[in-house]
Ligand binder design. Structure first.
Ligand code: NAD
Length: 297
């Protein structure tokens, strides 16, 4: 297929490479020329705008930071929609809110175009190996048309419902995963500062209802080693939790726990940890309390 790709960052760069490796013709755009150069060196064609990407493609993938970027790149001046031929499909794989996605999708349909949302789960390593989890929303017939493109990037594909439901799933997931991580850091800071040993805390928590994957899978790899090199950056986690909290409010309730997690992440950003891994939440507590939360084993 003739595929376009806009947003060639940490995730989008390797995902676009996998589309090339899948045998599709690829046209790319990013505001960062270095990101474009890496793809052109691998065999992609550079375009001067998202509109040009659209004009060269039947399917265009977007992998951008925030809802406003998706709206501008797809519907703005010189955007993808201005170039994409009738029947063309935009697959938005960024993590954004379902309302923005549905608004952009409705506008595209008015212009005879289609939209599928397919935000991704797992990590940048899985973006490289083409083994991401894909949470897909859209019309079944359109999803089937773009499956050959999706299958270049992910191995676990879940259809979540109509357009926007992939995003609803993704931010529901990230709200829970991130609040569990933030709650872990508080509980462990209190325990260790009180004089308890981390290994004992974990041995006991393994047998109780506080057993969770952040504690036993993610934190031993990074937080308990004092390693906050990125990974999943604080600024992206803050965005995902903010979107989930706003989604809750739009549904008519106050997500108190999510709002507290959002505040924790925003406070980490104010302290200069925006570009660090979420493991930084543990480091901040350690420094505040003059402790180290480390496993002996
Ligand atoms: P990133 O910041 O590395 O990449 C974003 C890219 O978009 C950059 O290359 C940037 O130059 C480009 N860009 C920004 N505005 C643009 C515009 N107007 N036109 C063209 N290009 C533009 O971010 P990332 O880590 O690749 O994340 C992308 C999306 O994927 C985000 O929504 C993020 O929440 C989500 N996500 C990230 C991870 C992760 O582990 N990093 C995992 C799952 C999902």
């Amino acid at each position: 297929m003739n595929v376009g790709f806009v947003g060639l960052g940490v995730m989008g760069g390797p995902m676009a490479l996998n589309i090339l490796k899948g045998g599709h013709a690829l046209t790319v755009f990013d505001v960062d020329p270095k990101a474009v150069r890496r793809l052109v060196d691998a065999g992609a064609t550079a375009a001067a705008s998202p509109r040009e990407v659209g004009a060269a493609s039947e399917v265009v993938v977007t992998m951008l930071p925030e809802p406003r970027h998706v709206e501008t790149v797809v519907l703005g001046k010189d955007g993808v929609a201005e170039g994409l031929p009738p029947g063309g499909v935009v697959i938005d794989m960024s993590t954004i809110d379902p309302m923005t996605s549905q608004r952009v999708g409705a506008e595209l349909r008015k212009r005879g175009l289609n939209m599928v949302d397919s935000p991704v789960g797992k990590t940048s390593e899985h973006a490289v190996t083409g083994t991401l989890t894909l949470m897909v929303g859209g019309e079944p017939a359109v999803i089937e048309r773009v499956r050959p493109v999706l299958s270049c990037m992910g191995t676990d594909t879940y259809i979540c419902g109509g357009q926007g439901m992939g995003h609803a799933m993704k931010i529901t997931n990230n709200l829970l995963a991130t609040t569990i991580m933030a709650a872990n850091t508080e509980a462990l800071a209190i325990g260790v500062k009180s004089g308890l040993d981390l290994d004992l805390i974990m041995e006991i928590m393994k047998t109780t209802m506080s057993n969770n994957a952040q504690l036993f899978v993610a934190m031993p790899k990074k937080a308990f080693r004092g390693d906050d090199s990125p990974g999943f950056m604080v600024k992206l986690a803050a965005k995902d939790v903010r979107l989930a909290v706003e989604l809750g409010r739009a549904m008519g309730f106050e997500p108190w726990v999510g709002a507290a997690c959002q505040k924790t992440l925003e406070s980490a950003m104010e302290k200069g940890f925006a570009d660090r891994d979420t493991a930084a939440l543990m480091r901040i507590r350690e420094d505040e309390l003059g402790i180290r939360v480390r496993q002996k084993s």
